[in-house]
Design a protein around this ligand. Structure first.
Ligand SMILES: Cc1cc2nc3c(=O)[nH]c(=O)nc-3n(C[C@H](O)[C@H](O)[C@H](O)COP(=O)(O)OP(=O)(O)OC[C@H]3O[C@@H](n4cnc5c(N)ncnc54)[C@H](O)[C@@H]3O)c2cc1C
Length: 464
């Protein structure tokens, strides 16, 4: 453990021009986050380049009685990286990534994006399982869990954490691992940004090869039937296969029949991560019983796969996300998804779902703070639009979509997809006993809740 500096130094002296204040030319640009609905004004933006600077900023914030928000990639739908009147510790410049291909680990700065991670690892034929859009931040994603293409085969991003360098809110710098600060290490794997600022993640790597990737598109008229076939297939699929679905407006691509373009449709996509020649046979049953109206088959590098979704969710548009886990896809649940597709209020919105389990569920529930490992499906109603006056309309569609699935919900929700904090409390996300353990850990590492801007777990208040 490294002890904090004794003196509290203002970010102006510590960071010079990298401390951005209201009124500075850079201020409006640097306070922006991915979700354009959030327009918040921090007290100062501290653009740190190393753990010592983060330590200095945390100590100053505490001495001034200011709360701190942390910006990794700035992608959280709830915009938790930025808060009015708080000190924003901006880790954007801490994005360096070093790979040790022999030990099969990667060391990534707390502000690295998934594209920084993938660019460094895939040149070695390696990858750390992570999310599916390359401009997402590793920091928030890994601390909340981290679903992605490789999750069924190898587990979540947080399951690949070996050590984390963490700056605690008293300014001290610790390494958390199974051997050191085990309680903190447990909490960092699923408990979000509650416990300190992670300035370096060391993550385990896996071998990756070209990916067999196939997508089928269906008219909404056959979607209910196709969804039931998907569920029957997905629950039996091999671990090397990951399948995802989306109900969204079909684009104007050659492989999509003209009559479907511009209308809501179902897309089922399979990615095969086993030996390439075996991919087509493994995927074939997905499309056999209900053949799609159009199909795109391709073989992609893992890096290309990771960048496929990059253009559909640009920074600055307006977003509202509500998500839940599903226990089952019955025909009534499938019909509810079709109805939500008909009711979609924006051509940019989508309902995304996927079958989970596999290696995610193989990790013992007590091993990490990440909850709901046994959840079969995750469904997310992701509303996206551009006109400021339409916020309520699209948020309502997202909420109603998830509410319409209430009968089949598995309970809980994925912490990284929670925007509607009024309706999804943090305790509901984690469940009682896990929440209590997280709150006890918070009391040890951030007893004054200096880091409240996350899916917050307030420290336990001990009465004399
Ligand atoms: C387009 C898009 C695609 C996505 N795809 C996936 C996906 O495939 N799989 C998936 O699991 N999730 C996905 N997500 C959700 C994603 O995991 C969350 O949005 C996550 O919060 C993003 O992390 P970030 O660092 O970019 O966010 P930020 O907004 O910067 O931070 C989010 C939270 O984490 C904290 N935080 C961030 N970095 C650190 C750090 N280094 N130390 C301490 N606290 C930190 C922040 O304080 C904040 O509370 C996606 C999100 C978007 C917008």
């Amino acid at each position: 453990m490294r002890e904090p500096l004794l003196k509290s130094i203002s970010p102006r002296s510590l960071l010079g021009d990298r401390a951005v204040w209201p009124g500075d030319e850079q201020y409006d640009m640097q306070r922006r986050v991915w979700n354009g609905v959030h327009d918040r004004r921090p007290a100062v933006i501290a653009r740190c380049v190393n753990a010592d600077e983060v330590s200095g900023v945390l100590r100053w914030a505490r001495s001034e009685g200011l709360a701190v928000s942390v910006r990794g990639g700035g992608h959280n739908v709830a915009g938790s990286a930025v808060a009015d009147d708080a000190v924003m510790v901006d880790l954007t410049l801490m994005n360096s990534v070093d790979v040790d291909p022999v030990a099969m680990v990667v060391m990534a700065g707390g502000g690295a994006l998934l594209r920084d991670l993938d660019a460094a690892t895939t040149t070695h034929g390696l990858a750390c399982p992570a999310g599916v859009v390359s401009h997402t931040g590793l920091g928030g994603l890994a601390l909340g869990g981290g679903y992605g293409w490789l999750a069924r085969k190898w587990g979540l991003t947080c399951d690949h954490l070996v050590t984390a360098e963490v700056v605690l809110t008293d300014g001290s710098i610790v390494e958390a691992s199974l051997a050191d600060h085990e309680d903190l290490f447990w909490a960092l794997r699923g408990g979000g940004g509650n416990f300190g600022v992670v300035t370096r993640f060391t993550l385990r790597l896996r071998n990756v090869a070209p990916v067999v990737h196939q997508t089928g598109v269906y008219a909404l008229a056959t979607t209910e039937e196709a969804l039931l076939a998907y569920a029957a297939f997905a629950e039996q699929q091999q671990l090397d296969l990951h399948t995802v679905g989306a109900v969204k407006t079909a684009g104007h691509h050659e492989w999509i029949p003209e009559r479907l373009r511009g209308k809501p449709a179902l897309f089922l996509t399979a990615g095969w991560f086993g030996p390439e020649p075996d991919g087509p046979d493994a995927i074939a049953p997905l499309f056999r019983s209900v053949p799609p109206d159009g199909r795109l088959d391709q073989v992609l590098s893992y890096a290309a796969l990771q960048a496929l979704g990059d253009h559909s969710e640009p920074a600055g548009n307006r977003y509202f996300t509500k998500s839940c886990y599903l226990g089952d896809v019955t025909s009534a649940a499938a019909a509810a998804l079709v109805d939500a597709g008909h009711a979609i209020t924006s051509p940019l919105s989508s309902i995304d779902f996927e079958f989970l389990r596999g290696a995610i569920a193989d990790v013992l529930d007590v091993e990490s703070a990440f909850p709901n490992r046994d959840a079969p499906y995750i469904v997310t109603a992701s509303a996206q639009w551009t006109n400021v006056g339409e916020d309520a309309t699209h948020a309502r569609w997202s909420r109603q979509t998830v509410d319409s699935l209430a009968l089949w919900q598995h309970g809980g929700a994925y912490v990284n997809y929670v925007q509607d904090t009024r309706h999804q409390s943090t305790m509901d996300l984690y469940g009682d006993s896990r929440y209590r353990r997280l709150a006890a850990t918070k009391s040890l590492y951030d007893p004054e809740n200096v880091l409240p801007h996350n899916q917050n777990i307030p420290p336990v208040v001990t009465r004399p």
